[in-house]
Write a protein that binds this ligand. Sequence first.
Ligand code: PEP
Ligand code: MG
Length: 757
Amino acid sequence: MREGVREVLAGPRQLIKQLHAIMAAPMAPQERLDRIARLIADNMVAEVSSLYILRADDVLELYATHGLNKSAVHSASLRLGQGLVGSVAKTAEPLNIQNPASDPRFAYLPETGEDIYNSFLGVPVLRAGRMIGVLTVQNRVPRRYDNEEMEALQTVAMVIAEIAGMGDLDSLAPAASLDIKRSQHASGILLAEGVGLGRAVLHEPRVLVTSLLTDDIDTELERLEAALSKVRGHLKAHLARDDVAREGEHRDVLEAFLLIAQDRGWARKMADVVSTGLTAEAAVERVQSDNRARLLRSTDRYVRERLTDFDDLANRLLRELQGRHGTALADVTGDAIIVARHMGAAELLDYDSERIRGIVLEEGSPASHVTLIARALGIPAVGQVTGVTSMIESGEAIIVDADGGDIHIRPSADVENVFAEKVRFRARRQARYKRLRHLPAVTTDGLNVSLSMNAGMLADMPHLAQSGAAGVGLFRTEILFMVANALPRFHAQERAYRQVIEAAGGKPIAFRTLDIGGDKILPYLPAAAEDNPAMGWRAVRLGLDRPGLMRMQIRALLAASGGRELRIMIPMVTTVAEFNAVRDLLSKEQRHLNEHGYTLPNQVKLGVMLETPALLFELDELLAVADFVSVGTNDLYQFFFAADRSNVRVAGRYDTMSRSFLRVLKQIADKCRAANVPVTVCGDLASRPMDALTLVALGFTHLSMPPAAIGPVKIAIRALNVGLLRARLEPKLEPGRSNDDLRHQIARLIDGQNIPV
Ligand code: PEP
Ligand code: MG
């Protein structure tokens, strides 16, 4: 620490010390603001010091002043962008000028009597980068305020931001009229259906800095440096991990963090702020607030994305300084809406799912693991909500309207009532579905459709009874693997499958063998990075090349099903030869277990998932060897249309109700019927009532879907005259017929039957 710098800073430090005393003493909020205004004026030898606070209607209201007419407090105001104060608020940057009245931006407020002042310094009051207000000083004599004075005023602004955070300003105005309390709406994309009302829980909470000031600058500088080097060390170690090395997006984020963490400019700025007498934590927060305000104004998407990186990193640094890590799970109350930048499936499972009403992510895609888990647990989730972690604080009210991809932050009572009603409505509808659960899904002209559910965890199994599903049409075994900390060996797997089978109470389950590889990575199983993971070394390809894993799984399934029927389903099969190779493995395992005295299942059915176009052209040969078929429309869609299912830009580009796709589906249904091989549709298509009716009209009588979809699909089927729909639909698939907006035409046919879809 250079002595010269310390001397220069003695004045501002004095100010900060006195501020400390004002903050510690009990007093009314208005008095506290008045005393702060006076303290600033005294310390900076200024005639005027004023505080303006931004209201929700974009007006800056004078909240406190020393030097201007007192009667103007709570009556004088400026619009955002109007006058010098308004332009500080708009740009979020300090303004330091002489002869302000001649500045073109100057706006004269007669009630304040401020025309006689010849110097002006204004700084923004920012809380986590959000504009709260403006703090000013004015002098009669023309002068330029020096850097230290500007620093000091910014530090006071930070303290005022803390007062705002404590809720002290609310008592001076109707709370809803403050901008920081303003309701906000943000949009993202649907990850998991539903509506949830609750209180925000920041998954990686922003650390609130309460101790702002220090006398021991050297110690604070050392603490800052130590925390920085720890964070850099963690990032490097994390980047070196095998699994991270393969995860493209996650790795990019970490690399960006490391670049920022190693940036000397950033570190130096924080050290400079510590030198003014702030704690290391307060310095991190101050610099971050400035960064945020600057970057938030950028229209460049890349720059704005870096803001989140900066935020994350500043937060890591704060947690390091305070020795705190993550949200204390026990503190999560019963109506939590988890808000996070990104989140892994295992992290979600760390929470008590009974307490979670919703999830909001800045990242997240419909096919990510955390999405699968959220859906399985029935938790509404919205993803890709840009900047959400900095729009809300823990404990604030938030609504997740996942179906529309919307979130409402600090909703007004009216909005809250609307959504509370929506939740009640959904609950009533669920109750209606529940009443239907024992009724068959039979069309008005007598066709029986069997509805099963998709599952992936033991926690899903109670839905079997609640939804009235006929069985589990798709059990995604990889989810059991994805949430485990280490590869489950034979006995652990056998135990898990047995629990699932017992929970099914005799209803059939189609266990799909591991669909890992590509983008579904098991943290404990390193794999090489691939350019096109969806088309890479995944599922049965990996299973056949490294048969140890597949054999262990098949063996565990056989052992767990002793004395019962076992259905095994193979994902991502591309040739009949692959299917036959699995059949050979299965036979070997049956022999092996038999020799070791295990009770074998009384029947084993080996099925195939139809997910690749190549297999469509070997259907006859496939149907001669497969015991059953399940159409995985999610993958079949992506490979059929060459449209990556997890790339939001193209995932919804092509319509499943277009002529080409419907023809393929019809061909599958026809061939399976002719060959007398049972066929189910287990992709997401089957879960949307209108698409489900179309599938039934095409000839599918077994559908499998998430449990929550069974009620709506059943209601629709029970109102359908399938003969009529089929008679109208089939001609539309004939050669030469127009493909224009087939979805719309089908919707009209369904609507014509008055079916509630
Ligand atoms: C599918 O591809 O349609 C399917 C059901 O499997 P998953 O979604 O697990 O890939
Ligand atoms: Mg699939």
